[in-house]
Design a protein around this ligand. Structure first.
Ligand code: FE2
Length: 354
């Protein structure tokens, strides 16, 4: 089942086709063929493994991924056209088109103003940053940044992130007002995002999980290309309570589980005693070469994680919450693009509203 099939079949994308074996392949490394887990029967909540029936609050507290199967309403002609436009434009960007003019056309009818474009030549991933301003509080110094997701020619996945200020100074952690302006810019530019960002039931759920109203900021569009995806990581940044991901087109496979459970499997398969003894702590440095190899290029680990229920396959209309109640208790995750065409997703950081 390719992504094209998933995209056109929509609701007819049956439980049976969801369970066809999938190839986990990322940047030239084949992790193997796996059968996705059976979906639970409960409406909405279909978390992986033995935790299918746990209340969402418990899943959140334990740093377990929460799958919200089919929560996104992508049936309308308008939203379908918006998604298709985004998909086509990502294809053009991959072919070398400039991002600035493309974004300018998207924003021309609204209040946002394009200020200029730049490129950080010290960042191998950055392609182009478009600087924006919006009338109203916090609307100066916003940007939309187009990047590769990996510094590897075998991975043609792209992303666009909306934020503001100086990235190296980590401005985004400090100014909720400007974050909200960047969130507005993201929605003006890519209006299909409202399906995720303005979903009342989803916002109520996140408010309940996080103990108060939330805002969805640091908005990123993902265009994961076949054979690409994200290495194992977490998103438990200071002040960030998790990530909300919505699959708008195509499919992605995920390995997602709490840090402590990932550490257990790493300890079991560790190539040296230090890692075996201290895997939980050493996950603070996932780029250390031996740990990086085990996390991202070791079929034994992938098999063990699938066996313990960490594999999730998202299709069109599915949403996923990756909880980060703390750095110690958070959902670590890795992503694999599936199918024959690049997919489209929006991914937002979850923060307290105030
Ligand atoms: Fe992430």
């Amino acid at each position: 089942m390719g992504q094209q099939g998933a995209a056109t079949r929509g609701p007819l994308f049956t439980a049976r086709s969801r369970r066809a074996p999938i190839l986990l392949l990322r940047r030239g490394f084949r992790h193997g063929l796996f059968r996705p887990p059976a979906a639970g029967a409960g409406p909405g909540l279909q978390a992986p493994g033995a935790h299918d029936r746990a209340p969402m609050e418990q899943l959140y507290r334990e740093g377990r991924p929460i799958v919200l199967r089919g929560w996104l309403d992508l049936r309308g002609a308008v939203v379908r056209a918006q998604i298709e436009r985004s998909r086509r434009e990502f294809d053009r960007l991959r072919g070398g088109a400039e991002f600035g003019p493309q974004l300018a056309r998207r924003l021309a009818a609204g209040p946002a103003r394009m200020v200029g474009c730049s490129e950080d030549v010290a960042d191998p991933l950055e392609i182009e940053k478009v600087h924006l301003s919006l009338p109203g509080p916090g609307g100066e110094g916003l940007f939309a940044k187009l990047s590769w997701i990996a510094d590897d020619e075998r991975d043609l996945s792209l992303r666009i992130r909306f934020s503001f200020g100086l990235e190296r100074a980590l401005d985004w952690r400090r100014d909720a007002r400007r974050s909200r302006a960047a969130d507005r810019a993201a929605l003006l530019a890519y209006p299909e995002g409202r399906v995720l960002a303005q979903h009342p039931r989803l916002l109520r759920l996140l408010g309940r999980l996080c103990g108060g109203e939330v805002r969805l900021s640091e908005r990123i569009l993902y265009n994961n290309a076949p054979g690409g995806g994200a290495s194992f990581h977490h998103d438990a940044e200071p002040g960030q309570l998790g990530v909300l991901y919505g699959q708008f087109l195509g499919r992605t496979a995920w390995l997602a589980l709490p840090r402590a459970e990932l550490a257990q499997e790493i300890a079991r398969l560790a190539p040296n005693r230090a890692l075996a003894r201290d895997a939980f702590r050493l996950l603070e440095h996932p780029d250390e070469p031996r740990l990086e190899r085990l996390l991202n290029r070791d079929r034994r680990l992938t098999r063990a994680l699938v066996a313990r229920g960490a594999l999730i396959v998202l299709g069109r209309g599915d949403a996923l919450v990756l909880p980060s109640p703390s750095r110690e208790v958070c959902a670590w995750h890795a992503v694999f693009a599936l199918g024959k065409r690049p997919s489209l997703a929006h991914s937002y950081g979850i923060f307290r509203l105030r």
